[in-house]
Design a binder for this molecule. Structure first.
Ligand code: BV8
Length: 243
């Protein structure tokens, strides 16, 4: 992508920005070979969301829920950050203050070197007992024999399920970073999940750019849309900022 691929106002806003806020979703990891949630081969094609990513679904069938997460954990550990993950890590060094708020739970932003990452929907690095709070590392998933804990309760993944509140400290840091942003990049999200998607809507002063091959519910609210994949658009933006 060349300079002409981007609106001059976008590049000027980014060059002069003090605060940059980046909201990312599953599309960030598509070029790492990980399926998105609602894409053609999305995770949820074969499962009902309510049966997997919710406290009710977990209470009803913890074994199926853990089998789904173990499958994803194995996929995540075999995946590598892509150029779209490395670019924001490089962008952090080019702007005074940058925050990434991600809906992904694959830890690829951190593995790519990003320092200031807010995991809005948690992560899959460890499981937590719902009774006594003890945690277990999830490097290779959770052995099914360990789901029930000796304290009488069960281990669950450290993610935020539908109907659960986002971690208060993470949410308030994300809200203030979005509110003070001069530029907001919305990358790889269908913007269907709230309150995360609302982060891009609460600041009417910022220049908002969407990076997504497809249109979303946020597209009309953006000042520019870049119909390209994250692994192509984000490195191109970083290169142009360096000029
Ligand atoms: C809550 C963790 C109550 C688990 C996930 C309004 C306000 C508040 C809540 C709601 C509301 N309306 C509805 C709700 C309820 C609900 C909700 O949003 N439902 C939706 C489905 C209608 N929200 C909740 O329950 C949240 N909690 O609200 O608590 C409350 C409210 C207020 C105060 C107190 C309490 C909790 C939601 C968290 C759910 N957990 N994940 C897990 O991962 O298993 S959500 C899940 O969806 C993932 O985190 C995923 O990342 C996220 C969002 O999906 P996307 O990331 O956008 O992925 P998707 O596939 O949809 O899109 C991918 C995009 O990438 C596409 O656009 C595609 O075109 C693009 N793409 C593809 N390739 C590329 C690309 N882009 C760039 N480059 C590419 N190469």
């Amino acid at each position: 992508m060349t300079q002409k691929s981007f609106s001059s106002v976008f590049l000027a806003s980014l060059k002069s920005a003090r605060f940059v806020f980046v909201l990312t979703g599953a599309g960030m990891s598509a070029e790492s070979g990980l399926p998105t949630f609602r894409g053609v081969d999305g995770y949820w094609q074969n499962h009902r969301v309510q049966d997997l990513a919710s406290p009710q679904g977990f209470a009803r069938d913890p074994l199926t829920v853990w089998r789904w997460y173990n499958e994803r954990i194995r996929a995540y550990s075999g995946a590598q950050p892509n150029a779209g993950h490395y670019a924001p890590a490089q962008l952090e060094a080019l702007v005074p203050d940058m925050t990434i708020a991600t809906q992904t739970v694959d830890s690829l932003h951190a593995r790519a070197g990003s320092k200031n990452v807010l995991e809005l929907h948690g992560h899959l690095r460890e499981a937590r007992c719902t009774g006594c709070g003890v945690t277990l590392p999830l490097a290779n998933g959770l052995d099914e024999s360990l789901i029930d804990h000796s304290c009488g309760e069960r281990f669950r993944p450290q993610v935020v399920w539908f109907g659960e509140s986002l971690p208060q400290d993470v949410w308030s840091r994300a809200e203030s970073a979005a509110a003070r942003a001069d530029v907001i990049l919305v990358v790889g999200t269908s913007a269907q999940v709230y309150p995360a998607a609302a982060l891009a809507l609460q600041n009417d002063r910022a220049f908002i750019a969407e990076i997504n091959p497809d249109a979303t519910g946020l597209s009309d609210r953006c000042d520019c849309v870049i119909r390209e994949g994250a692994a192509v658009a984000l490195p191109a933006i970083v290169e142009l900022l360096r000029l």
